[in-house]
Design a protein around this ligand. Structure first.
Ligand SMILES: *Cc1c(COP(=O)(O)O)cnc(C)c1O
Length: 450
C-alpha cells in the first residue's frame, strides 16, 4: 500500500516516523472531557459494574492466589514516589522536571506481574461468571470461593479459552483461566520470551508458537478458536471487556491519591505517561482517568520508534486499517510488550479525542532508563515498562501542556505519573542482562538529543 497517496498525514511527521527518529505527536482531535462525556459506546456505570464484578471474585482470588490475600483478593498495585529517579533523569537528560515524579507499580500486580493482570483477568472472570450463571451453578450473591472446588473446575474444563499475545497477556489469561479449570491455548508471536512460554507450559497452558508478529498470532488464534463451538477468544484487538478491566485502575487510583494526599485539580494537574502496544491497556486507563479526573488529567502514550502503531493509526485517522509495516517499519523492538504493528480497532476510536499526545522512544533510551531506575531506586522493570519514563523529560510534552494552557505555576504543582507496566516476573538472570545493557548504553552514549 502506498501510504503517501491515500493517507492524510503531516509529511514531516511521516518522515520522522519512517526514519525511526524519536517523535512527539500532539493530538489535534483532543476535546474537553465534558464535550464527549456522553459517549454512547461506554459509560461511567460500566466502570462501576466492572469494579463490582472484581469485588465478587475477591474471596475466590484470595483463596487460590494467596499473594492476593493480603489485599483481600484485590488485584491492585501501589504507587511510589521517585525522588532519586527524578534527579537521575534530570542529570542524564539535562532537563528539568517541574513537579513530582510518581510511579504506578503495575509491574508488582499479583498473578501476572504486568498491567495485563487488569484487563486479562477481568475478561476471564467475566466469562467464567457468565457461564456459571447461565448454567445455574452460581448466584450473584454467593460466596465466590466456591469456584475453587473440583466441581467447578470440572465444569469449566468443558470450555476453552484462547488468546494471541506478545507474552504478557498470555501470562495473565493463561494463569487465570488454567486456575479456574479452563482449557487454555495461547498463540505467541515471535518476540514472546522463552521464559514466558515455559512458565505458561508449567501451568498446563497449551502454548502455540508463531514465527510472525502479534497481529498474525491474534489472527491465527481467532481462526482456530472460531472453528470450535466451545472456544472463547479473548481478542486483544477488539475487546471492550479488556478495555474495561484496565479502566477500573482509575477508580482505585483516585483512592490511593486521597490516601497519599496527592491533589488533582485545576492548580494541580496530573500528567500520565503510558506505554502503548495495541492500545487497550493505556486506552482503558486513560478512559477511566478522564471519567475520574476530567480535564485535570493529561494522558500521553509512549511507543517504540519501530512500532508506533497507535500514533500512525490516530494521526492518519485510519486506525486498524494501517500498520507500521505499511510505512516500511519492521516492528522490531526489545520492548516485547509494545511490539505491535497495528493498533486495536476499538481502543483507538474510544480514546481518539481523549489522549493528549503520543511520543516515540528508542530502545537505547528504554535500556538507559532501566539502568537508571535500578541504580537510583532499586526498581527493576522490563524494557517495555520504561517507555512512560521518557515523558517527563520531553520538552515537547511540556510545551504541549503550555499550549493547552497550563501555566508554569500549574506545572510546578504537577504530578507526573509514570505507568510501570511490567517486570516482576522476569527471571533474575535476564534482568541482570537488561541492566548490563542499560549500563553499557549509559557509558557509550552519555548524552541524548531530544
Ligand atoms: C501489553 C503491555 C503494554 C501495553 O498494553 P496494550 O494494551 O498492548 O497497549 C505495556 N507494557 C507492557 C509490559 C505490556 O505487556
Amino acid at each position: 500500500m502506498s501510504v503517501n497517496n491515500d493517507v492524510r498525514i503531516d509529511q514531516p511527521l511521516l518522515t520522522a516516523l519512517k526514519s525511526k527518529h524519536e517523535t512527539f505527536w500532539p493530538n489535534s482531535l483532543l476535546k474537553s472531557y465534558h464535550t464527549i462525556k456522553k459517549n454512547p459506546s461506554l459509560n461511567r456505570n460500566e466502570l462501576y459494574q466492572a469494579e463490582k464484578l472484581l469485588r465478587r471474585f475477591a474471596p475466590y482470588l484470595s483463596l487460590v492466589f494467596p499473594e492476593t490475600a493480603e489485599m483481600n483478593g484485590m488485584i491492585e498495585s501501589p504507587i511510589q514516589w521517585l525522588p532519586s529517579m527524578k534527579k537521575a533523569l534530570q542529570e542524564h537528560y539535562h532537563s528539568s522536571i517541574p513537579g513530582n515524579l510518581v510511579l504506578k507499580c503495575d509491574h508488582e500486580l499479583p498473578i501476572a506481574g504486568s498491567i495485563k493482570a487488569r484487563g486479562g483477568i477481568y475478561e476471564v472472570l467475566k466469562y467464567a461468571e457468565t457461564l456459571a450463571l447461565k448454567n445455574n451453578r452460581l448466584n450473584i450473591h454467593d460466596d465466590y470461593s466456591k469456584l475453587a472446588s473440583e466441581t467447578f473446575r470440572q465444569f469449566f474444563s468443558q470450555y476453552s479459552i484462547s488468546v494471541g499475545s506478545t507474552g504478557n497477556l498470555a501470562l495473565s489469561i493463561g494463569t487465570m483461566a488454567a486456575k479456574l479449570g479452563f482449557n487454555v491455548t495461547v498463540h505467541m508471536s515471535h518476540e514472546a520470551k522463552e521464559w514466558k512460554k515455559s512458565l505458561l507450559r508449567s501451568k498446563g497452558v497449551n502454548v502455540v508458537e508463531h514465527a510472525n508478529d502479534f497481529s498474525f498470532a491474534v489472527d491465527e488464534g481467532r481462526k482456530q478458536c472460531m472453528a470450535d463451538a466451545t472456544c472463547y477468544f479473548i481478542d486483544d484487538e477488539n475487546s471492550l471487556d479488556l478495555f474495561l478491566g484496565y479502566a477500573v485502575a482509575a477508580l482505585r487510583l483516585k483512592k490511593q491519591f486521597e490516601e497519599e494526599k496527592i491533589q488533582v485539580n485545576e492548580n494541580h494537574p496530573l500528567i500520565v505517561y503510558l506505554p502503548c502496544g495495541v492500545g487497550g491497556g493505556p486506552g482503558g486507563v486513560t478512559y477511566g482517568l478522564k471519567h475520574v479526573f476530567g480535564d485535570h488529567v493529561h494522558c500521553y502514550f509512549a511507543e517504540p520508534t519501530h512500532s508506533p502503531c497507535m500514533l500512525l493509526g490516530l494521526a492518519t485517522g485510519k486506525h486498524e486499517r494501517i500498520s507500521v509495516q505499511d510505512i516500511g517499519l519492521d516492528n522490531k523492538t526489545d520492548a516485547d510488550g509494545l511490539a505491535v504493528g497495528r493498533p486495536s480497532a476499538l481502543a483507538g476510536r474510544l480514546i481518539e479525542r481523549l489522549v493528549n499526545g503520543i511520543y516515540t522512544v528508542d530502545d537505547q533510551n528504554l535500556y538507559k532508563m532501566l539502568a537508571l531506575l535500578h541504580s537510583s531506586e532499586s526498581i527493576s522493570l522490563e524494557p517495555s515498562a520504561l517507555a512512560g519514563m521518557y515523558g517527563p523529560v520531553l520538552t515537547q510534552v511540556h510545551s504541549h501542556l503550555e499550549t493547552i494552557k497550563l501555566t508554569k505555576d500549574q506545572l510546578k504543582n504537577a504530578t507526573h505519573l509514570v505507568w510501570a507496566t511490567g517486570g516482576s516476573l522476569v527471571p533474575p538472570a535476564i534482568m541482570e542482562d537488561y541492566i548490563a545493557v542499560g549500563e553499557r548504553c549509559l557509558k557509550e552514549k552519555p548524552e541524548n538529543p531530544i
